[in-house]
Design a protein around this ligand. Structure first.
Ligand SMILES: [Zn+2]
Length: 306
């Protein structure tokens, strides 16, 4: 279960820090002297272009800060709306790293030592009253993000469900018009991944069985997305499984590989190179094969072999 964290960024320092270390990446070589080896390993698995995004809060927020974990979602707030979202990779308490990144412009020597590391932020635009309605506040007036806040489990889950439904419904409404944008597909993908992959840093590919960093895998629909009913799309996590980007995703998507009773089966092809690839995959055991997924795997096999 991934929690939703509300992070205000309205004051001038927060605006500046956001620009410095959330809009841009911080190199792992800058972070390395200030974190443990295991934290650094986690960061290495999630880094893009050699860096990650970083945020820090004051020590007064230690209680909610102790609750946050890898896989939680941060919503950044200002001007009465949530304007961006990112996933937590790791956290570390370090005044020295904080000072290195943001200095001590307030002269308080408590400038944001409770640090968390993030994936790159995705744009959002959710006004406070809409957000409060989504997560189930009875009073939708007022600011839900007065300070650094961790939503409880029920509210966090409501947000995830809303995000995924809004994402796939947006695609469904545009699909007949052929105007589904990359951004819409990305939004659905990230909401689905969050529910499927959660807080893991590495997961196994459902086809080749290799364990890989999560950003090299997609949350793939087992039954073709366009053939799924709304109820099937909502059937999380069973409608999807992690498949790697290193070849398995297009092979599954195009029907070169299918899964029958939990075992990978492969198609015939006249391409020698492809045949070699498929031969290596044939007979692998799919970790994600469970009874609840059987109808989706069977649909895909039927589709691919008919
Ligand atoms: Zn794979």
């Amino acid at each position: 279960m991934s929690y939703v964290i509300l992070q205000p960024t309205a004051d001038p320092y927060a605006r500046r820090n956001y620009q410095l270390t959330v809009e841009s990446t911080v190199s792992l070589s800058v972070i390395q002297p200030h974190v443990t080896e295991s934290t650094l390993n986690e960061l290495t698995l999630s880094a893009e272009g050699g860096g990650v995004r970083v945020w820090g809060v004051r020590s007064v927020h230690i209680t909610p800060y102790t609750r946050i974990r890898r896989g939680d979602v941060v919503l950044f707030a200002r001007d009465k709306r949530f304007f961006s979202e990112a996933d937590i990779i790791q956290k570390t308490e370090s005044q020295t790293l904080a000072t290195k990144l943001w200095g001590d412009p307030t002269g308080s020597s408590d400038t944001w030592p409770l640090i968390y590391f993030l994936t790159s932020p995705v744009k959002k635009d959710i006004a406070y009253p809409t957000f409060k309605e989504i997560v189930g506040y009875t009073n939708v007036n007022g600011n839900p993000a007065q300070g650094f806040t961790v939503l409880d489990q029920t509210r966090s889950q409501r947000y995830h469900e809303y995000e995924y439904e809004a994402a796939y419904q947006a695609i469904d409404s545009q699909e007949p018009l052929d105007t589904v944008t990359k951004a819409m597909a990305r939004r659905e993908q990230s909401a689905l991944r969050r529910q499927l992959i959660g807080d893991k840093s590495e997961v196994e590919c459902g086809i080749c069985g290799r364990t890989l960093p999560v950003h090299l895998l997609v949350a793939a629909h087992i039954k073709k997305r366009s053939a799924c009913t709304p109820d099937e799309k909502r059937n999380i996590p069973f409608i999807a499984m992690p498949i790697c980007n290193l070849g398995c995703d297009p092979l599954y998507e195009l029907g070169y590989v299918t899964v029958v009773n939990g075992i990978v089966q492969v198609a015939e092809t006249s391409s020698v190179s492809l045949q070699n690839i498929l031969r290596d995959l044939s007979g692998k055991r799919c970790k994600y094969w469970v009874e609840e997924r059987r109808p989706y795997f069977d649909w895909h096999h039927q589709w691919a072999t008919s």
